[in-house]
Design a protein around this ligand. Structure first.
Ligand code: ZN
Ligand code: ZN
Length: 389
């Protein structure tokens, strides 16, 4: 089959690789119809994620048709159309039974690597390094889906791929970022970053009852989508002093809740095994806390800072004093996608939400390298690329 392979720094290539096979009794093989390039895939592209190997198949946002099933998958049938969540979760361990699927204790065969970095390991993830399990991803013609009796959900025929594909990651990720804020009617929510996750955090904040959402970015085309598609008020941080503007817009108190979606996607980019390696990654580590620090300092006393952006290791100059003295709550987590897929699918069916508005490009799978290049360079108003095998 054809698959998008990581070949090194800023080098992805669509190559011929062996077809996936059923390895375990709870596996399924899915023939992919749509798959997306994620902001967090750019961390792989830019060489930030250790434990990638040349030839690894990438991609963790995909959907398609079930073509083969292991003998213990009873809830799916051959021919079912399914969306697959990015966290690989067994559904049976202690964390899965708490619906903390991205913390599944059984799906990362390389847990020891992650334990060195983070203390304990999160779940395995499709196409996201050997640190997170070494699973082949879904920017390909076919994918093996472990624990297929738990993860994939069937989607109704009347909905297009474009409407349901993002249930795999970014829609639940944006939703969870807003949900973690504990929004109450009348609340003002500020969102840093208008990439795909930021866009869905905006949309979700309104769904959850926010009165106003203020979106912050530096690309006008993204702010435009936040206004037009999400209904947000917008601020361009290259033109506006954000702390001053937020204070002014909120009667001198600050937004009730602040969402950091600058990291684009909530996928663990494991950094290295050693602190030295981390230091070499400093441009990731210095760029991002800028938004997080600003979100903490801007937040209303007693408010919530919700972190959906990617942080891999350690950050400097963290304003702990503001958190303690102003009773702020910090919440974060990789999205427990399986928990949100069905409720969000219901919103889509009911017409409350059509996530397809963020798609800027449809390309053929064979054009994946162009998609990465364009997304990385933010060319042609690129916000979200969907690939079709
Ligand atoms: Zn993603
Ligand atoms: Zn589990």
């Amino acid at each position: 089959m054809k698959a998008t392979c990581w070949m090194g720094l800023r080098d992805v290539q669509v190559r011929n690789v062996p077809d996936p096979k059923i390895l375990n009794s709870r596996d399924a093989i899915v023939k992919i119809t749509s798959t997306a390039i994620c902001g967090s895939d750019l961390h792989l592209y830019n060489g930030f994620i250790p434990s990638m190997r040349k030839g690894d198949v990438v991609g963790h946002e995909f959907m398609g048709e079930v073509v083969e099933l292991g003998r213990d998958v009873h809830n799916l049938e051959i021919g079912d159309r399914v969306v697959v969540p990015f966290p690989i979760a067994c559904g049976r361990c202690e964390q899965c039974s708490r619906e903390m699927y991205s913390l599944c204790e059984n799906s990362n065969p390389n847990a020891w690597m992650a334990e060195k970095m983070w203390g304990y390991s999160p779940c395995g993830v499709f196409g996201y390094s050997h640190l997170l399990g070494g699973y082949a991803g879904g920017q390909s013609e076919y994918a093996r889906v472990p624990f297929a009796d738990v993860g994939p959900i069937k989607v109704p025929e009347e909905l297009e791929d474009d409407q349901v594909l993002f249930l795999s990651d970014i829609l639940p990720t944006g939703y969870m970022a807003a949900e973690m804020c504990g929004i109450e009617p009348g609340d003002v929510v500020a969102v840093w970053g208008c990439g795909p996750v930021g866009q869905f955090a905006i949309k979700s904040a309104y769904l959850l009852g926010a009165e106003r959402v203020i979106a912050i970015d530096r690309f006008d085309y993204r702010l435009e989508v936040a206004r037009r598609g999400g209904g947000a008020e917008t601020l361009n941080y290259e033109e506006t002093n954000i702390p001053e503007a937020l204070e002014e817009m909120t009667g001198g108190r600050g937004p009730d809740h602040c969402i950091d979606a600058v990291g684009m996607e909530g996928h663990a980019p494991g950094v290295a095994f050693a602190y030295d390696k981390l230091k070499t990654n400093l441009f990731m580590e210095t760029d991002r806390p800028v938004a997080l620090r600003q979100a903490i300092l801007a937040c209303r006393s007693g408010g919530t800072v919700s972190v959906a952006g990617v942080y891999g290791g350690f950050i400097d100059k963290f304003p702990m004093g503001a958190i303690v003295n102003r009773s702020l709550t910090i919440r974060s987590g990789q999205c427990h996608v399986q928990r949100y897929m069905r409720p969000l699918l219901e919103h889509i069916r009911a017409g409350d939400l059509d996530p397809s508005y963020i798609i800027s490009h449809h390309l053929k799978l064979s054009e994946a390298a162009d998609g990465y290049d364009m997304f990385f360079k933010k060319q042609d108003a690129c916000l979200k690329v969907v690939l079709h095998p």
